[in-house]
Design a protein around this ligand. Structure first.
Ligand code: NAG
Ligand code: NAG
Ligand code: NAG
Ligand code: NAG
Ligand code: NAG
Ligand code: NAG
Ligand code: NAG
Length: 576
């Protein structure tokens, strides 16, 4: 990857003259020129502990009600729109408490935020501005204004609510364009989930089964370390889940769970032992699903309370990868080792097929004030400030690469969020392992936004135009492309991406499906074939990125499928 940019620079005297020392690893966040760069710009006014891209310029962020500076209607805001063009923030009105919620986009383009916390009274207030968030259902309709003018969140808890209280749930857009909502907890417990408190079920929005949640054995078996289950839509429409050290495939249509192998070596990866997981990019013609799980902890889950745990316990450096075919499942998890252990890492898929592993801490646990020796209020310590790339196609043992990756000076531990933006860079915000707003601590409430800019942000990029705003499945369409001189056009990748909903070290619904693409002889247009059906890419909003010789275009927003309100019928052609 790095070498092809080196070739690019070498082939361009213009670049070389302006960027003389580009290829040494940069540890400065201020460095200019070719390479990876952290760039701090703007503050969010609320702790961005959840983030979802809702338009080419806007990210919705959520927090809770405990003293954030951003105001709305005479009280603290706990939801906001972040503008990635202007780097400013506008509060949005939220009715219920969105703390530790999840969310996603539906097939009709609407964003839905689900679940949240029971109401808490901020110090000094006699009436909380927020209502109970545990059954919260917050609807943000598609927003066309680049600054979000006129775009609001709709909530009516009397008519629009979940069927079961869910704090710390996950959610997933499935093949019919609905959101599946998984697990969570009904109310506060000391540190761990437990049988009495757990939401041991799945439900859907829009509702299925007459609004009766579906009980799940998996969500019982994976107690007590199973908050924010890591869940993925497989290309056949089934759902892979991993929580604690357990994994299953859930068949939504048959309502059956098939038990898969446990994670090796006692490693557990869901809250409060947060590791992270991603479905690796799916490629034509076979779209073979592989899941990568990294970090977390190998501490036992047989404790009744957390007072024996330490903020200095090493986090797991293990990544485990499984291919979800009958042969792959029989083979089980393949284990590899990150350069360091990480509690609460984030994984962000990049349009070139690499996965960025970023944030988190080398020791301790998620949550706050649970262990015997919190740092301030943080259960974790030793923030990891240098990201690392994972190359899925490299041989086992040589997949991690941090060549040229910079180091930030901002710790991002509990309650932080990360997302790829339509611009192609990485938005990083939040961090607050505290019960309220804290300043001057080692792990303070963090309002600063930082972007991690990939090397392609500082070179001429392919410019893609005339991508249809909507396309169906198994369809061919043509887009124009203007390719900067010097790029090797034999390496063209077209990625269709859901950028996911970031909350608690997991990006619900995040997805990358590569599309077949033929570059025209005159190298000015691409004939692209959309995914074969709505199970390979659940219908809904997405971004198309073109990467040529490892230089990525900006993302074009598209609607995949008809844009109809869920549930939508099966479309396209079955996989061979
Ligand atoms: C911060 O963002 C603003 C608005 O996009 C831009 O004008 C400014 O140059 C940015 N600052 C840095 C340091 O990138
Ligand atoms: C950002 O600033 C502009 C100009 O002041 C304003 O119109 C806009 O509403 C602000 N918010 C967002 C999210 O762009
Ligand atoms: C289980 O959850 C209940 C309900 O929140 C809580 O009262 C109880 O203390 C928890 N039990 C343990 C062992 O943590
Ligand atoms: C998974 O965790 C359970 C509960 O702690 C334990 O009994 C089981 O042995 C673990 N599996 C593996 C493969 O370590
Ligand atoms: C637990 O994880 C730590 C950190 O990755 C590692 O050093 C240790 O060997 C692991 N213990 C076991 C029993 O796997
Ligand atoms: C372009 O890339 C292909 C493989 O991706 C390689 O075989 C070829 O040698 C490259 N061409 C140049 C001019 O570097
Ligand atoms: C999308 O569907 C949801 C669920 O039925 C609905 O609340 C929302 O208003 C719909 N949005 C659009 C743009 O049709």
């Amino acid at each position: 990857m790095w070498t092809s940019l080196a070739k690019l620079a070498a082939s361009s005297s213009l670049l070389l003259s302006s960027l003389p020392t580009v290829f040494s690893a940069s540890t400065s966040s201020k460095a200019e020129g070719l390479g990876w760069h952290f760039v701090q710009n703007g503050t969010t006014g609320i702790v961005a502990l959840e983030a979802i891209v809702v338009s080419p310029t806007l990210i919705v962020i959520f927090d809770r009600v405990l003293g954030d500076p951003l105001q709305i209607d005479g009280h603290q805001a706990w939801g906001a729109l972040w503008n990635t063009e202007t780097n400013n923030v506008t509060a949005i009105n939220v009715v219920t408490d969105s703390f530790c919620a999840s969310g996603g986009l539906l097939s009709n383009g609407t964003m839905v935020s689900v679940g949240g916390q029971p109401v808490e009274l901020p110090a000094g207030e006699s009436v909380p501005p927020d209502l109970d968030g545990t059954t919260g259902l917050r609807i943000f309709e598609p927003c066309d204004d680049p600054a979000g003018v006129g775009c609001t969140l709709f909530e009516d808890p009397a008519t629009h609510h979940l069927d079961e209280p869910r704090w710390y749930p996950s959610s997933l857009r499935i093949f019919d364009g609905s959101l599946m909502i998984v697990g969570g907890i009904h109310r506060n417990t000391p540190f761990f989930n437990n049988f009495t408190a757990a939401a041991k079920s799945f439900e859907f929005f829009p509702k299925k089964d007459g609004g009766v949640p579906r009980p799940s054995e998996f969500l019982v078996r994976s107690l007590p370390v199973n908050l924010f289950p890591r869940v993925f839509a497989l290309p056949d429409g089934k759902v892979f889940m991993v929580a604690n050290n357990q994994s299953i495939i859930y068949d939504i249509e048959a309502n059956t769970e098939t038990i898969l192998p446990d994670l090796p070596n006692g490693v557990r990866i869901t809250n409060p032992y947060d590791g992270t997981a991603t479905l690796l990019p799916l490629s034509p013609p076979d779209f073979i699903p592989e899941v990568l799980v990294c970090g977390g902890s190998n501490t036992t889950d047989q404790l009744l309370d957390a007072s024996t745990l330490s903020s200095q316990d090493p986090a797991s450096d293990q990544c485990s990868r499984i291919t979800l075919t009958p042969e792959g499942i029989a083979k089980g998890w393949e284990v590899e080792t990150m350069p360091e252990g990480r509690m609460m890492p984030e994984m962000v898929m990049l349009p070139n097929g690499q996965t960025m592993i970023i944030n988190g801490a080398r020791t301790g646990y998620a949550a706050l004030n649970g262990v015997k020796d919190p740092v301030g209020n943080s259960n974790a310590d030793h923030a990891v400030k240098t990201p690392v790339l994972y190359n899925r196609d490299a041989p086992l043992g040589s997949r991690f690469d941090r060549t040229g990756l910079p180091t930030t000076d901002i710790a991002r531990v509990y309650h932080s969020s990360v997302s790829l933006t339509p611009n192609g860079n990485i938005f990083i915000a939040g961090s607050n392992p505290n019960g309220g707003v804290v300043t001057g601590d080692k792990f303070s409430s963090e309002f600063r936004v930082e972007y991690l800019n990939p090397p392609f942000m500082s070179v001429p990029r392919p410019a893609v135009s005339n991508v249809p705003t909507q396309f169906g499945f198994n369809e061919k369409f043509t887009a124009n492309v203007d390719i900067p001189e010097g790029l090797n056009t034999s390496d063209v990748k077209v990625a269709l991406m859901d950028l996911g909903f970031s909350s608690h070290a997991f990006h619900s619904s995040s997805r990358l499906v590569f599309m077949d693409a033929q570059l025209s002889d005159d190298q000015t247009s691409l004939e692209i074939t959309s995914p074969p059906n709505n199970r390979v890419f659940p219908p809904g909003p997405a971004y198309v990125f073109v990467t040529i010789d490892d230089v990525t275009s900006t993302g074009t927003k598209v609607m995949v499928g008809s844009g109809a309100t869920p549930p939508v019928p099966d479309q396209g052609v079955p996989l061979a």
